[in-house]
Design a protein around this ligand. Sequence first.
Ligand code: COA
Length: 258
Amino acid sequence: MPNVLSNLENKVLTITINRPDKLNALNQATLHELSTIIDQAKNDQDTAAIIITGSGEKAFVAGADISELATTDVMTGMKFSSYGQSVFNHIENCGKPVIAAVNGFALGGGCELAMACHLRIASENAQFGQPEIKLGVIPGFGGTQRLTRLVGKGKSMEMNLLGDMVPAEKAEQIGLVNSVVPQDQLLATVNKIAQKLANSAPIALSMTIDAINKGLECSLPDALDYEVKAFGICCASDDKNEGTSAFLEKRKAVFKGK
Ligand code: COA
């Protein structure tokens, strides 16, 4: 059985981390499979939106695989951290909207995986955290950085230094997740959002993600300048002609990503 499952339906690709007996912990093989699937999805014209979730009812992803971590040294540790970061960067920059359907524990690499996605919807039983400190290490897949950007320095320091779990409701209050729903409604809710994104304008979606992500890494004048250029690119698209025509003709737009 593969460590990562994927299923394409109505332009929405659902990716499921599938090691339920290990609470979907990310070992190297799982990261590699995830990376390959993201690569394929990036280049697949039939995939317009992506959902990432975990197998079973207990965990989204309970972190990097601690049995592999136990045997790392300086060099293998750096290599593992760097590889995990590259996979998660790849998710963040795949050019298509990615939603984390957080169905349980999202700890360590699981919290980091969710944060690399563009939206996070959690079930009521979900728990978030960066507990690496309890293992004598720090987050290696972006946790010290993406968490700080999402929830601010104070809360990021608290979560990274104490390593305690943050329940879904609290995670929503601090801006770590977009919304929380009952567990039995999670996939239906996320599918509805993904379908909405899949029917939206692909170039404008991709430019929005890019402008927000790149803008966070530079000065406001540079970020606004980037927005000007991205706006110009959207104006040159067939989708912009379709979107504006559809509005004026009082009909639903049909976007083609051109
Ligand atoms: N890496 C490897 N295996 C893991 C794992 C991880 N990050 N998280 C859970 N597992 C395994 C457990 O070892 C156990 O395997 P076993 O049945 O072969 O012994 C199985 O998943 C079930 O986990 P268990 O700890 O028995 O479940 P629980 O309900 O008692 O506790 C957690 C759940 C999430 C609180 C607990 O598993 C945990 O703290 N996991 C580690 C979280 C972490 O530190 N992540 C960051 C890693 S860098």
